[in-house]
Design a protein around this ligand. Structure first.
Ligand SMILES: Cc1cc2nc3c(=O)[nH]c(=O)nc-3n(C[C@H](O)[C@H](O)[C@H](O)COP(=O)(O)O)c2cc1C
Length: 191
């Protein structure tokens, strides 16, 4: 019996620990294309993505961990080991950036970030719908200039927004309890 599409949204949860195989070429195209359906004021298409796949994930992990240390940020031996252990199995990282385009003064800059976040959310949902595990992380040097430069996302023009890790879940996820929307919604009944 097929799953009603809305149930995919209800059931999505982040899956950090993934392994190969990563998305097939066709599925990766679908995941990235899902990002293109995000709401986007002014059709600015601010989202930018860089694929880091296979062996390149390990090389990127080495570089980014080095960059964190060179920036003088705290990184305990334990955190480094757990990060390396996690990434040793991840088959695909999608590095996420938003082009800020300060020449556009009509649409507030915050809206570019929101559109990029919406694109990434679409990609998380698409990965989930296709049976992959996916997880948004702002670790691995997300706020380190050397990392931005290495990806050609110069901080003057882009805001780096972290990574999506996508692959095959290593273990099945337990169902997760979500909050009741009523706790977050009120009704305006007029002045
Ligand atoms: C922009 C953004 C950045 C995130 N960065 C991290 C991170 O660096 N480390 C972390 O443990 N969780 C991070 N998270 C949270 C996880 O991606 C995930 O949402 C969280 O574990 C809850 O799981 P859920 O999505 O199934 O509710 C981030 C989430 C967002 C939206």
């Amino acid at each position: 019996m097929s799953v009603p599409p809305i149930d995919y949204l209800f059931n999505r949860r982040s899956v950090k620990f993934v392994q190969a195989p990563g998305p097939t070429d066709e599925h990766l195209s679908q995941i990235l294309q899902a990002g293109m359906s995000a709401p986007d004021h002014g059709r600015l298409r601010p989202w930018r993505f860089t694929l880091i796949r296979g062996d390149a994930v390990q090389r990127w992990a080495d570089f980014a961990i080095g960059a964190i240390k060179r920036a003088g940020l705290p990184l305990t031996t334990q955190k480094e080991a757990s990060t390396r252990d996690w990434l040793s199995k991840v088959p695909l990282l999608v590095a996420l950036a938003c082009r800020m385009d300060s020449s556009n003064t009509k649409i507030p800059e915050d809206e570019r970030l929101l559109a990029t976040g919406a694109a990434v959310t679409n990609m998380l949902n698409a990965a989930h719908m296709l049976g992959y595990g996916a997880y948004w992380s702002t670790g691995l040097g997300t706020y380190v200039d050397e990392v931005h430069d290495a990806l050609d996302y110069d901080a003057l023009e882009y805001r780096f927004m972290g990574y999506l890790a996508i692959g095959t879940p290593i273990a099945p996820s337990d169902p997760i309890e979500r909050p009741d929307y009523r706790d977050f919604v009120k009704e305006w009944t007029g002045l």
